[in-house]
Design a protein around this ligand. Structure first.
Ligand code: FAD
Length: 809
């Protein structure tokens, strides 16, 4: 065994093997993989081997597409049989909503180059004669689906990696991990110690236990999962004989099941409602290529549906029932990337579909380690999308919810209930009493909208407009014409202090720092000029700043700031030690002025001022800005003051017709002001030049990524963020939800990042990226919304108040 290596990958399942392979592909060959038993001994060996590209997140779908496309290459290079069956796959919809979902998935696939076809039940029956077409309204056919042999694939990755110089130690258990002061690792195994620069946790079923070796509690949990294999079936033999090919795979939403050919019979797997976590607290190290006791009663409801939808199965004998554990993260996507707060420690775990996703996980992680950037948009898989609040109990609740909804649709306006409410601010009860409909993000409850008095505070889930629509319209009107109050605690808040803080931030930010008492907007970039963050920067002293950013990115951005920290500078995550309320609308100043001694006249407190003032008896930091684009204030206080602040403003606002508004109205209001948002318009795959962040980009100082920005400005950006007006509306209106394709001249040329109905302007609006040469104001495009291509005019100015007079009033 080597005593040192650049990287030690812990775990020899399909994911660890893929990471090892991809590291060698990128030229890191002093790499080893350590496996406690034999390769595949965790969950990989008993996987059903199914692979597909379909995923709710198009970026994850892209990585799945990459994975599926890799198998022929590694099979050929390694000489290991991967058992590739490219039978194609059908996703079967039993009702209109599921059909809508499939249409949207097909549309999203278009701009990624994933070609999928919507077919009728009769066409589905032709492709898959075992099904009863009366139970379906249509299907999506994806030719790039099939199944592989999980063991063959794992060994193919491993063999290719070995050919490039990697070493693999089987029957070697990593029992401890110790970090040296220089950030390198001593990997303690029962076969000796390896000193490594980097470690990768690809521990699969034991990823949680490997994390615990260094004090981490990763949000990952194993679930029992069953599939059964039938005896050979005459119907299968006949299909094979007539067509000369295998039956395609089937995913059946109604039965929460998947079905495919296995040998001369069929394999049927279920995601049952009565799901059961496996080893919820501690995975035993003694578990080794074992299966769990099957429990057919538990999956009986799914089997009933299966026998109805595929009657031939009812009379087929069952040859084998497999029950095995595999892992999920709290939201069902993998945990990939640098572990926040731990140097040189990488995650590649919670991969619930290792045969669909393992290649993409390995590719992006290897790029991240070697190049410092994953190279693809992997926001949905970043290990930093959870905070430390995602503990064992939270993960357990969320994973069970997720497992039992594996084939369910989660609507764009749907808020899932498990693990909630978790974080609430002091005004939670006040807002609940005002009939708030709650959503949750990064563990925190935030009001989406306020149901009318006497009606149930509940939103109907839909791809179209919900019962919230008319109420949100009223909220928007109230803000634009009178004054609205909302909670704004769901920003990430940071404080940066210490000698050198200003110099440090200036070297990170694309905009000049504001003067003391002012606030401005900025971006932070990576060296290649991609947007790593978008922040409001408020300066309260020479070397004293508040930063406000996207809450869902709190761990992600803290990791980035932490990785760049300069000596003498202190970076604190304020989390819920600071909470906020926001007043917006033409009456906002009058309301606030009535409860403070500080003069709020524009000459004393102009737009983009940020100061410490008292509101009544409450000490607050008040920024004169809001995301609504109106005259408004964001008021930041310690949590113990928030209820008093709410009561004070609510009472002071009564003569001005104050009302409450929520996140849905905010999203509508920001759309008509053309304000972009993090994770949608601004993501690490875009640049500030493409995103037209001109006002935050000042080339008069040095900052990370500046050279790349200058180079892009010189050659011109390949794509540009557009702002689309998708009015007029069809008979059955629907607005974009994000990721819809944008058409031009009969071809897909771009994609939507986000959008909403702008109630006050009465327009359906969207943001989206298109090739720069097409980005001409007034140009006509089409945006595909639930299978309908709708005319969309490209604008470069907000539809409301382009000169920004409302916020400066
Ligand atoms: C019944 C069933 C059917 C499935 N069907 C499919 C399917 O059709 N398609 C699909 O894509 N996925 C399927 N899966 C899921 C798939 O099995 C997983 O996504 C995949 O196996 C995850 O691989 P992994 O490498 O992350 O984890 P694992 O396979 O669990 O590998 C982790 C490895 O790390 C080793 N290890 C852990 N800790 C240490 C340590 N301290 N020292 C040394 N070694 C260590 C373990 O021994 C293990 O071999 C199925 C799973 C089950 C249970």
């Amino acid at each position: 065994m080597k005593s040192s290596a650049q990287v030690v990958v812990i775990g020899g399942g399909v994911v660890g093997a893929s990471v090892l392979f991809h590291l060698t592909e990128l030229g890191w060959t002093d790499v080893v993989l350590v496996e406690r038993k034999e390769l595949t001994a965790g969950s990989t060996w008993h996987a059903a081997g199914g692979m597909h590209t379909l995923n709710g997140d198009p970026n994850v779908a892209k990585l799945q597409q990459y994975t599926v496309g890799l198998y022929r290459e590694i099979e050929q290079r390694s000489g290991r049989n991967c058992g590739i069956h490219m039978s194609g796959g059908l996703t079967l919809a039993g009702d209109r909503e599921r059909m809508d979902w499939l249409r949207m998935a097909q549309a999203r696939g278009r701009y990624l180059g994933i070609d999928m076809e919507i077919i009728s039940p009769a066409e589905a029956k032709q492709l898959f004669p075992l099904l009863e077409e009366q139970y379906f309204v249509g299907a999506l056919f994806d030719p790039a689906e099939g199944h592989v042999d999980p063991t063959g694939v794992t060994w193919a990755y491993a063999t290719c990696a070995r050919q490039a110089g990697a070493e693999i130690y089987q029957h070697t258990w990593v029992s401890d991990l110790r970090q040296r002061p220089d950030g390198t690792w001593d990997v303690i195994t029962d076969g000796g110690e390896i000193h490594a620069e980097h470690i990768v946790n690809a521990g699969g079923l034991w990823a949680r236990e490997v994390g615990r070796m260094i004090g981490l509690e990763l949000p990952v949990l194993a679930m029992e999962h069953m599939y059964l294999i039938t005896e050979d079936m005459a119907e299968v033999a006949e299909y094979n004989a007539v067509t000369g090919r295998d039956l395609p795979m089937g995913m059946d939403f109604d039965g929460e099941l998947y079905i495919r050919q296995e040998g001369g019979g069929m394999l049927l797997g279920t995601y049952e409602q009565a799901c059961v976590p496996w080893s919820p607290r501690q995975t035993p190290w003694t578990f080794d290529q074992q299966l769990l006791t099957p429990d057919l009663d538990r999956i009986a409801p799914s089997l009933e549906v299966a026998f109805k939808h595929y009657p031939a199965l009812a009379s087929a004998g069952i040859k084998n029932v497999i029950n095995g554990p595999f892992t999920f993260a709290a939201d069902g996507n993998p945990l990939v990337g640098p572990v926040p707060g731990v140097r040189n420690c990488w995650a590649a775990c919670a991969v619930m579909a290792g045969l669909s996703q393992g290649g993409g996980v390995g590719l992006t992680l290897a790029h991240w380690m070697v190049d410092g950037d994953p190279g693809e948009d992997i926001w949905a898989m970043d290990v930093a999308r959870f905070g430390s609040w995602a503990n064992l109990a939270y993960t357990n609740a969320k994973v069970r919810e997720n497992y039992s909804r594996r084939f369910r649709i989660t609507f764009p306006n749907e808020e899932l209930p498990a693990g909630r409410p978790l974080h609430t601010t002091p005004v939670y009860d006040r807002l609940t009493a005002h009939n708030a409909v709650w959503g949750a993000s990064f563990g925190l409850e935030h009001p989406l909208w306020f149901q009318r008095a006497g009606e149930e505070p509940r939103e109907d889930v839909s791809f179209r407009r919900s019962n919230a629509f008319p109420v949100v319209a009223e909220e928007c009107e109230m803000v634009r014409e009178r004054v609205g109050l909302t909670e704004c605690s769901n920003f990430a808040k940071y404080r940066v202090t210490g000698a050198g803080a200003a110099d440090w931030l200036q070297g990170l930010f694309t905009n000049r720092l504001p003067r003391v008492g002012r606030i401005n907007l900025t971006a932070a970039l990576d060296p290649d000029g991609h947007i790593v963050g978008e922040f409001s920067v408020a300066r309260v002293g020479t070397d004293d700043f508040f930063l406000f950013g996207s809450q869902i990115a709190e761990a992600h951005h803290s990791r980035w700031f932490g990785g760049h920290l300069a000596d003498g500078v202190r970076f604190d995550v304020l989390a819920l030690s600071v909470v906020g309320l926001s007043l917006a609308g033409p009456g906002a100043r009058d309301v606030l002025q009535s409860v403070t001694e500080a003069s709020l006249a524009t000459e004393d407190y102009p737009f983009m001022t940020f100061r410490r003032i008292d509101i009544g008896m409450i000490p607050a930091y008040v920024g004169r800005m809001t995301y609504t684009g109106d005259l408004g204030y964001e008021i930041w206080v310690a949590p113990e003051y928030q209820r008093a602040l709410f009561d004070l403003l609510w009472q002071a606002g009564q003569p001005y017709g104050i009302g409450l508004f929520g996140f849905r109205a905010l999203m509508s209001l920001r759309m008509e002001k053309m304000f972009g948002t993090w994770a949608r318009e601004y993501r690490p795959i875009y640049t500030p030049v493409q995103a037209r962040m001109n006002r935050s980009l000042k080339l008069d100082h040095d900052f990370i990524g500046r050279a790349a920005v200058e180079a892009e400005l010189a050659r011109g950006p390949a794509r540009t963020l557009g702002y689309f007006d998708i009015t007029p509306e069809p008979a059955e209106p629907a607005d974009v939800v994000g990721d819809e394709p944008i058409w031009h001249d009969g071809a897909v040329v771009g994609w939507v990042t986000s959008g909403a109905y702008a109630h006050y302007s009465r327009r359906s609006l969207a943001f989206g990226y298109v090739p720069t040469e097409l980005a001409v104001p007034g140009a006509m495009f089409e945006v595909e919304i639930i299978g309908q291509r709708r005319p969309a005019r490209l604008l470069f100015e907000p539809v409301l108040d382009p000169a920004g007079q409302r916020m400066r009033a």
